[in-house]
Design a protein around this ligand. Sequence first.
Ligand code: GLA
Length: 737
Amino acid sequence: MNKNMKRLFYLMTGMISVCHYMEAENISISTPNTTLVLSAEKGEDLKYLYYGEALSSEDIKSVEYAGMYNHSAYPVYGMVGKGETALAVKHGDGNMSLEMCITGVRKEKNDGKETIVIEMKDRVYPFYVNVNYAAYDDVDVIESWTEIRHEEKKPVVLNQFSSAYLPIRRGEVWLSHLYGTWANEGRVAQEPLNPGMKIIMNKDGVRNSHTAHAEVMFSLDGKPQENNGRVIGAALCYSGNYKLRVDTDDTDYHHFFAGINEENSAYTLNKGERFETPRLAFSYSNDGLSGCSRNFHRWGRNYKLANGKVERKILLNSWEGVYFDINENGMDQMMCDISSMGGELFVMDDGWFGDKYPRLSDNSSLGDWVVDRNKLPNGIESLVNDAKKHNIKFGIWIEPEMANINSELYEKNPDWIIKAAGREPVLGRGGTQVVLDLANPKVQDYIYKIVDDMMCQNPDIDYIKWDANMSIMNHGSGYITKDNQSHLFIEFHRGFEKVCQRIRDKYPTLTIQACASGGGRANYGLLPYFDEFWVSDNTDALQRVYMQWGTSYFFPAIAMASHISATPNHQTFRTIPLKYRIDVAMSGRLGMEIQPKDMTEEEKSLCRNAISQYKDIRSLVQFGDIYRLISPYDKLGVASMMYITPEKEKAVFYWWKTEHFCDQHLPRVKMEGLNPSKRYIVKELNRIDNEPLSFEGRSFSGAYLMANGLDIPYEHKVDYHKKNDYASRILYLEEVK
Ligand code: GLA
């Protein structure tokens, strides 16, 4: 078809659509500031019409005439030619085609959200798909997912099963997404969407935010800006393998699909069985990337994260302080130290367990969750009592989905691990680690029991660091039938969720951290069961500025564990001043990851002061609205961001240098999000300078601060022997009443 003929063809189909849509019933799905409009006429396919800023009821009616819309809202394979699809199946009789039409539309209302269910059936086969949209009435997020089932005589194979699809009008659309691996998680990548297919995916099996993240943002008005421009964000809520596709074909739209990664995961669906896809959460904002982040954060805290409305404790984690060298006196000393600095919780990391096979390094004992009596003769109970003595809470590390081949668990249950039939298992960390087969209900019960026994024996345990340090490296389950081995990844995560749900049902207020070789499990599919995640095993404050920046695109500070660690840093060997390490950690969920007995009194006192000041701003950081100001990725020599209370009466401003040269010229950072007509008094937190800053205690209008910002000195005015690089500042702003 030549260009003109093609245009004519589109015009004709457009005209046909107009006539057709005149009869159509338009459904609008609304949040406070956004609207999604669909055409849902009985007997026809579900069509997408609009997603963006909230529309009036008149515009909702007329929107279908504003463009030549002809997008199925859930495209299926087999009858529509070459376009990308969300769902592709092989029917019991071998037929590979689908053609869905609407049989009904239902509305349900619960928990502050309205769900619209569009029921569809294949025109020929008893094959059914419900497309669901849930809209919140207090936050601009819409979740979409599907339920698939059939009544065919023979099983149907699902070859592709996306959660949702969204067409995005071409223009100058840029994609922002996160990438990274161990010790370098949450890095931001931004690129214009060009013709071709962009795929973001994970096939680790266990840790699904290493290598890539299941969240993206589309900036619709050119190069992404933090505080301006229209942005659509999307987060796939799933703990397992995923695939996000953006197809930029020869039409006027980018085609965005997201769902479980179907590679090596074809699913055989039996008659009457219901297959539910994970939810894809959409958000739209007119206020740039930061605006979209604020929506995800609010939704995350209010509806997704476990205990998202409860302030987090300030903790010391033992890992970088002692690694595997656990003993009673050492733990007591660390508890005493963190308590004396004002901390509220101590977490004993790896190395405390194993009887026949004591855990001395990373190559044994996973699975044997009994205390190592050589290291801890009086057991966990005495540590919990020690914590009480120091007036703090106690937490513990486990890695319950895993085993080592040198463990009593593996000796007793060699068939409980994931491995290919007839082959030796592929071994992971320490050369001996294996992944347990969570598809197996016995394994699920065993994992539940690990946590339940531990909590029954020590009800005062307040926190669990739940780790997962291996991928699914070989494909095979001894529990799943031979014919259904391709269900492995899906069944593993169903099993995982079941266990997590049982634990949450019994222990709703227990704090549980998702750790997976650092930041391998930052995803909204996991967060309903976890209170927070470990952002990265890399605690280098400078690199954390980059990683936490990216992670904050989708996840609120309350979920981002951010710890003050030793210098030189154990991962990068960089030497960074303590003040800077503190100032970075204080922008997330503050903790420490250090051996306090190696700290000087002066360092301890700096931390004591910081912990006390963090307590004052904790609710602002953990529940506030984020405004990112200058990105470290822009390489301007400084990164800066702030949190503001929704009422805009308090704010905290962070400023971190990202490089240091003599005669350096850094931009003066304009603030955002304040109330222009309020006046704010400025106070520096964690001051180390001999003299206060010129603006200390002075007040400025929000309008001035947003138009000009404050000129922050590039270096600290300290005694000569205390001078160093990497200056940083935290300013607290409070409305003058
Ligand atoms: C993983 C975690 C670390 C630490 C170690 C313990 O690597 O990410 O924080 O808990 O395991 O072995």
